[in-house]
Ligand binder design. Structure first.
Ligand code: F6P
Length: 325
């Protein structure tokens, strides 16, 4: 058992729905165990600038249902420098912070690992990203809300596609991962899915469109950003060129995928992992991300958590193919 007195808590990288539920869980469970919490605004950037404040029970009232992050977030360039990290550590000492809980994605955990190696401060991570691209957890906080936002949007797009007999290329987020596109493609009844991890080149898409049922009145192609063929406009251009008779449109969903009230799944995931993070620090754990694997709390070293998931379940792609006949 380690005697932790004051946890520094921050969110970093892209915001994700459920981050506030995680903040609430950390603050409330720390107070439950008589540990103080200092909120750090704007992630590593705020740490460097000493932008910190004590968090009490009421500071997290009425936030479990809110998207975004009350602690604000940033992607810090300064923290990538030795001088930046030294300044950040100086601020932690000044504010009597003896452990950290970081809510974020792979960039956050890479920074956290380096920081611990240099200054030996215990850090626990919570997986907060819509991309679901971390190892050591079945789902990340924000992913479920984001995919539900996507299918709501695509259902609306489908109304227009169906009314006009149109083909839509819908681009979704995911940085280098197709996990948002994969799941939402199934749920929205997409014709095909184009993801960075898959082998859908433009010819495969053309074949799919050519050999598809001719009486189909609407078609949705689900495209993950950063794919091999190009962005949605490029894919749209190629499709128009090859199939001039298709009434083709492009829709890029963008940052609407990151906002909004978190789903029940995300709130529960955030609450469970938030409590587990505090208990992990008390138990003397460090440099691990808390996740849920097969619905059980699991701890994964930062260096393993940040290994990108490159192999997707081939059954998922097969399901799309089988069901879009
Ligand atoms: O990591 C979350 C994410 O939304 C990615 O899906 C996307 O590629 C990226 O962030 C966009 O970042 P920004 O909001 O900084 O443009």
């Amino acid at each position: 058992m380690t005697q932790i007195k004051n946890i520094g808590l921050f969110t970093s990288g892209g915001d994700a729905p459920g981050m506030n539920a995680a903040i609430r869980a950390v603050v409330r469970s720390a107070i439950y165990y008589n540990i103080g919490v200092t909120g750090i605004r704007r992630g590593f950037e705020g740490m460097i600038n000493g932008d910190m404040f004590p968090m009490g029970i009421k500071s997290v009232s009425n936030i479990i249902q809110r998207g975004g992050t009350i602690l604000k977030t940033a992607r810090s360039e300064k923290f990538k420098t030795v001088a930046g990290r030294k300044a950040a550590y100086g601020q932690l000492v000044k504010n009597n912070i003896d452990a950290l809980i970081a809510i974020g994605g792979d960039g956050t955990f890479r920074g956290a690992k380096e920081f611990n190696q240099e200054f030996d401060i215990p850090i626990i991570g919570l997986p907060g990203t819509i991309d679901n691209d971390l190892c050591g957890t079945d789902f990340t906080i924000g992913y479920d809300t984001a995919i539900n936002t996507v299918i709501n949007a695509v259902d609306k797009i489908r109304d227009t596609a169906e009314s006009h007999n149109r083909l839509f290329i819908v681009e979704v987020m995911g940085r280098d991962s197709g996990l948002i596109a994969l799941r939402t493609g199934i749920a929205a009844g997409a014709e095909t899915i184009m993801i960075p991890e898959g082998n859908t080149d433009i010819q495969a898409l053309f074949d799919r469109l050519e050999n598809g049922r001719p009486d189909k009145t609407s078609k949705i192609i689900m495209l993950a950003e950063n794919g091999k063929v190009g962005d949605a406009f490029e894919v749209g251009r190629l499709v128009k060129e090859r199939f001039p008779n298709h009434d083709t449109r492009v829709s890029i969903l963008g940052h609407i995928q990151r906002g909004g009230s978190p789903t029940c799944m995300d709130r529960v995931l955030a609450s469970r992992t938030g409590v587990a993070a505090v208990e992990a620090l008390i138990a003397g754990k460090k440099n691990v991300m808390v996740g849920l694997v097969h619905n059980q709390i699991a701890f994964t070293p930062f260096e393993n958590a940040t290994k990108h998931v490159t192999e997707l379940d081939p059954d998922f792609l097969k399901i799309v193919e089988m069901l879009s006949i």
